[in-house]
Design a protein around this ligand. Structure first.
Ligand code: FES
Length: 314
């Protein structure tokens, strides 16, 4: 693992982006969005800046970081939302025989291909989780990695679901009942924020902002994530007007069923926060206080927020 880690240290953020672009066509659809979302949630630029900072606490304050932005402490759980998280032990074990020589994309493919027989799946299903594994090693180092048991954090029901079942579930819209055509704007859609938890969902009225809809869930999310406002649901929010950047989310499925990005507010502010500068009308990273639901969607909530555009500007 030490040799592989030393090889990974030689790749800068553009090299990682190039590797991700190279494997993108081969990523299984069930994990394509999830892989890109994970890399946006844990940018190498942020890790490098904190590592190089003479006073990391001052940098944390300057970047207005809140939450858990470091992968240490969430090595085995940060990627729970990838379908292939279930194959983490096999991919991790395959990593032991990789030396990291060659192109970065080929190292990802090599780890996935080595793990595939033990996992009992085609290598393509493992490209995303293999890339995540290598970036995690790059950021936390071999010692922290070895200290973390290779545990799978999944319910039994989710463990037995197939990629096709997950994709079908994400694509399915809620039935509006026999009289649905009479309901007009009263249509309601399921917003799933944890695919592994049957209770990890809430309902949004057609056209309602996701962060507003989330308020109906009155469970104590503040205890789990102090950024969450007590009694205001699982998505951290403050301004509700695209100003603070707390409510950013990744969209695993159903991005096309959200309202288009408003260039003046949401897109401009996403650039200011530095989360992802995408030209897409409906990108896979959104502000939940701006994105309105017009169908069922599956989202994932990042464990931190901040203003990192000075680091991620390309
Ligand atoms: S709650 Fe502040 S940007 Fe959405």
């Amino acid at each position: 693992m030490n040799e592989l880690y030393a090889a990974l240290l030689r790749h800068d953020p553009p090299a990682w982006r190039a590797a991700l672009a190279a494997i993108d066509p081969q990523l299984h659809p069930v994990d394509r969005n999830a892989t890109h979302i994970w890399f946006a949630f844990f940018p190498l630029e942020l890790h490098l800046a904190l590592e190089a900072a003479p006073d990391p606490d001052a940098l944390v304050r300057r970047l207005e970081l809140k939450g858990r932005w470091r992968l240490d402490g969430q090595i085995g759980s940060s990627h729970r939302f990838l379908y292939a998280h279930r194959y983490w032990p096999q991919v991790r074990s395959a990593m032991e025989s990789a030396d990291g020589s060659g192109e970065l994309a080929d190292v990802v493919r090599e780890v996935a291909t080595t793990a595939a027989p033990a996992a009992g799946v085609a290598p393509g299903l493992l490209y995303g989780i293999a890339a995540v594994l290598l970036m995690t090693l790059r950021q936390v180092g071999p010692d922290a990695f070895r200290a973390e048991p290779a545990t799978v954090h999944l319910s039994e029901a989710r463990r037995t679901s197939t990629p096709d079942e997950v994709l079908r579930k994400r694509a399915r819209d809620d039935s509006q009942g026999l009289l649905g055509f009479l309901r007009g704007v009263r249509k309601q859609w399921t917003v799933t924020f944890d695919e592994d938890d049957p209770a990890g969902r809430f309902r949004a009225i057609d056209g309602q902002e996701i962060a507003t809809a989330a308020r109906v869930d009155r469970r104590d999310f503040h205890a789990r994530d102090p950024r969450c406002v007590p009694n205001e649901g699982p998505i951290p929010v403050r301004c509700r007007s695209a100003s603070c950047g707390m409510c950013w989310i990744g969209v695993l499925g159903g991005a096309e069923k959200l309202s288009p990005v408003d260039d003046r507010d949401e897109r401009r502010r996403m650039r200011v926060f530095g989360y992802l500068d995408s030209p897409d009308e409906r990108p896979i990273l959104r502000l939940a206080c701006q994105a309105r639901a017009h169908g069922a969607v599956s989202i994932v909530i990042p464990p931190w927020n901040g203003v990192i555009s000075t680091l991620t500007k390309r």
